[in-house]
Design a binder for this molecule. Structure first.
Ligand code: 4GY
Length: 253
């Protein structure tokens, strides 16, 4: 899988790309990440990427030229004609684990990281396939959201996780938040591990974990608990998050 990341601060990505699972996946050839500096596609002597908004108002907006040229450059590489172009923005579709799964089978993604007040709307209308948001808060740029998207997709690529790091049995694959985890020592500063986990009774442990997961989900994510109950009481088999797949709607990728 190939990622092109278009940014005015490509150096921000070095930490994420050069550590841990992403570094290993890159070394293994599972993913190829190319950082594209938007300023390399400017045409004036100041290397400008932004200008003042038509109609007035605060701040600056990314001009279309460098972004169109940068995406054209990314597409020009072998197999890149069909790349999907994603813009990270609070105005986008809320990112989910299901979307990460759908992205993990796309051969080539181009991520556009904005800055300032945003980008010229023509970039969104004529260049971007999908706007994605990682949450209802405003960051100073799209780089951190791009890292989050990249990270959540790369770990789903076959072979990216080691033996002890399965992506199958975790939060959201059940439609619930995770149950609490404990490890040694069984007692630490007087705080002990729940007895049931030391019992060796696997049926009892599984039941306890389900209860804890449901209890936590009800408390902090009641809307997820409701969906979980709807799914498990439906006549069809309960298949977890997959019953809610394909959140693309009319922006289907
Ligand atoms: N939240 N989810 C987000 C963001 C920063 C102005 C466009 C978010 O995805 N992106 O806050 N992005 C803005 C800053 C230009 C991107």
């Amino acid at each position: 899988m190939k990622f092109d990341i278009i940014s005015v601060f490509p150096e921000l990505f070095s930490g994420v790309l050069d550590c841990g699972i992403i570094r290993r996946a890159r070394q293994a050839g599972l993913v190829d990440v190319r950082l594209v500096n938007l300023r390399d596609f400017t045409s004036d002597r100041h290397r400008s990427v932004d200008d003042r908004p038509y109609g007035g108002g605060e701040g600056m907006v990314f001009i279309p030229g460098p972004l169109f040229d940068a995406v054209e450059f990314c597409r020009a590489t072998k197999g890149g004609e069909n790349a999907k172009v994603v813009f990270l923005t609070p105005q986008g579709r809320p990112w989910t684990q299901n979307m990460a799964g759908e992205f993990a089978v796309i051969p080539h993604l181009i991520l556009i990281c904005g800055r300032y007040e945003g980008v010229d709307q023509r970039v969104i209308d004529y260049l971007v396939d999908l706007e994605v948001s990682i949450g209802d808060f405003i960051l100073t740029g799209g780089e951190i959201p791009a890292m989050a998207l990249l990270d959540s997709v790369v770990r789903l690529l076959p072979g990216a996780l080691g033996c002890g790091e399965s992506a199958v049995n975790e939060s959201f694959s059940t439609g619930l938040l995770d149950y609490p985890q404990y490890t040694r020592p069984a007692e630490y500063r007087g705080y002990s591990v729940p007895e049931v986990l030391l019992s060796g009774d696997h049926a009892k442990i599984e039941k306890w974990r389900k209860e804890k997961a449901l209890e936590k989900t009800k408390r902090v994510r009641p809307e997820l608990a409701r969906i979980f109950h709807e799914n498990s009481s439906a006549p069809a088999a309960q298949t977890g998050v997959n019953t809610r797949r394909t959140q693309w709607g009319d922006e289907g990728i």
